[in-house]
Design a protein around this ligand. Structure first.
Ligand SMILES: Cc1cc2nc3c(=O)[nH]c(=O)nc-3n(C[C@H](O)[C@H](O)[C@H](O)COP(=O)(O)OP(=O)(O)OC[C@H]3O[C@@H](n4cnc5c(N)ncnc54)[C@H](O)[C@@H]3O)c2cc1C
Length: 281
């Protein structure tokens, strides 16, 4: 439970952080809230020789409405998201993360860059069709949510890049639901489902459903979305569509749940999340 020795730097500027990361190469790691990285270091599953702490870098924290969407600084802690109900399903999901201590320290940027398939925020970014800004020695680039999550704990964030900001379309007027199943209330999700629904006079005009922990990356439940688009926002349509929630998924079994149980959870939670999103609960 004691990390391997490492050097530590807390630069004042983003440019300095990027320079240190670049010089450190694969041996250097950014530190944000530390609530994913430090446990890995204590287990010696990660052994960086340099930690570059972002805590003194100004301008990376906060939630701002801009151009029909939200700009969220990478260092914004989960607790701030939880207390921003205008963020809709993102606020709901953030409020289910672990306990107040983790929510006060863990950051949206750290969670998205880390790419844990059991984390709550990645599937929400996916269904919001949001994006992130990455800054490295060569400048800035924007990566869409669909391109960000590449494999288990692997994201498009380069070793010398800092995720600086998250952009989320506002989805004004859409209903939303979030359902997470775990053994104890503060645990990681065995499976979680995020849903957003746009209704027009009783019918579902558009719908997006995101699955957490149903594979090595967060997934869209495309079969459910296709089955529901254009249908009445009724219990019957939702039951029929939710039955397809596990289609195309291949979740790994783990200590908490077999693959088949996860598929069952995906179907049940999708039904509940959609019912919540259309106001049937
Ligand atoms: C007991 C416990 C329970 C938890 N339960 C949940 C849960 O239920 N749901 C959930 O979603 N999460 C859970 N978490 C994880 C928590 O949300 C983490 O805080 C989060 O996943 C990582 O954010 P962080 O700011 O702590 O990142 P860190 O741990 O500091 O960093 C994580 C990784 O991302 C990199 N990184 C960090 N910031 C950036 C950046 N701006 N740009 C580029 N790379 C960056 C780091 O180098 C590191 O590789 C739990 C954690 C603990 C300790």
């Amino acid at each position: 439970m004691i990390p391997a020795p490492f050097d530590y730097a807390a630069p004042d500027t983003l440019d300095e952080a990027i320079r240190l990361l670049n010089e450190g190469g694969d041996e250097a790691k950014l530190l944000a809230g530390g609530h994913s990285l430090l446990p890995l270091m204590k287990l010696r599953l990660a052994t960086p020789s340099l930690l570059v702490d972002l805590r003194k870098v100004q301008g990376l924290d906060g939630v701002e409405r801009s151009n029909g969407g939200w700009r969220i600084g990478a260092l914004t802690p989960h607790a701030t998201l939880e207390r921003s109900p205008d963020l809709g399903v993102l606020a709901r999901a953030a409020g289910t993360i672990a306990d107040p201590q983790v929510r006060n320290r863990g950051t949206i940027g750290g969670s998205l860059a880390h790419g844990d398939p059991a984390a709550d925020l990645p599937a929400v970014l996916l269904i919001a069709e949001g994006s992130v800004t990455l800054r490295g020695p060569g400048g800035e680039r924007t990566v869409a949510a669909g391109e960000l999550f590449q494999d288990y704990l692997q994201t498009a964030v380069g070793a010398d890049e800092v995720l600086t900001e998250v952009q989320i379309p506002a989805l004004d007027g859409w209903g939303s639901g979030y359902q997470k199943f775990n053994r104890r209330s503060e645990d990681w999700a065995m499976v979680a489902v995020a849903a957003v629904v746009k209704r027009v006079s009783g019918d579902i005009e558009d719908v997006r459903v995101g699955l957490t922990n149903m594979g090595s990356v967060p997934l869209r439940a495309r079969a459910v979305e296709e089955a529901l688009r254009g249908q009445p926002a009724s219990a019957e349509s939702i039951v029929g569509a939710a039955a397809q929630a596990a289609e195309g998924t291949d979740p790994p079994g783990d200590l908490n749940a077999s693959a088949e149980y996860k598929r069952h959870l995906a179907r049940v939670l999708t039904k509940r999340a959609l019912e919540e999103a259309v106001g049937l609960t």
